[in-house]
Design a protein around this ligand. Structure first.
Ligand SMILES: [Cu+2]
Length: 178
């Protein structure tokens, strides 16, 4: 009986210290866990910040002091179709999200009739003289861009002059203000 009591005490004491040991390891590992958690939480936050940066907040981005205006084209509209930008160095990019060839012709609102007539007559010389710029023949899934233009204040009309597209709704306005 005495021996078995001694074993019982030994087991109880052993379990007690084993418990302390587990408690100690657990407390140690919890202090180890938190520094490991911190960087992963920071990484997650950084990733969220990156995603926010990658999503364009609007159709205009400033890149090296140039206002880059990104316009999407599909059947049969421009997105956006009402563009408000500032004067100064500007480049236009036309991205064709559609299934047909599209283009972007931009001209002064007062020249609309002249340009429309020249378009009908395929009079490229008159078109060239009366437009601000054009991005010609952008194929589906591709993009085209203008030169860097130094824009002054003005109101312009934009249109896709692939036959039938302008009439179907591929048009819009560009307002330039200082
Ligand atoms: Cu078009």
């Amino acid at each position: 009986m005495m021996v078995s009591k001694g074993i019982m005490i030994g087991v109880v004491v052993g379990v007690f210290f084993a418990g302390l040991g587990i408690g100690y390891v657990a407390s140690q590992s919890s202090t180890l866990v938190s520094p490991i958690m911190m960087p992963s939480q920071q990484m997650q936050k950084q990733n969220e910040d990156k995603q926010t940066e990658n999503v364009p907040s609007s159709y205009v981005q400033m890149i090296d002091g140039v206002q880059v205006v990104i316009i999407h084209a599909k059947e049969f509209k421009f997105i956006p179709s009402e563009i408000n930008i500032n004067t100064g160095k500007t480049k236009f990019v036309l991205i064709n999200d559609g299934e047909a060839v599209h283009e972007l012709v931009v001209y002064d609102i007062s020249k609309k009739d002249i340009v429309d007539k020249a378009e009908l007559a395929e009079d490229e010389a008159t078109i060239g003289k009366n437009i601000l710029f054009e991005i010609e023949e952008v194929h589906p899934g591709e993009s085209g861009e203008s030169d860097v233009l130094n824009l002054q204040e003005g109101s312009y009309v934009m249109g896709c002059h692939v036959p039938g597209h302008y009439e179907a709704g591929m048009k819009g306005t560009i307002e330039i203000k200082s």
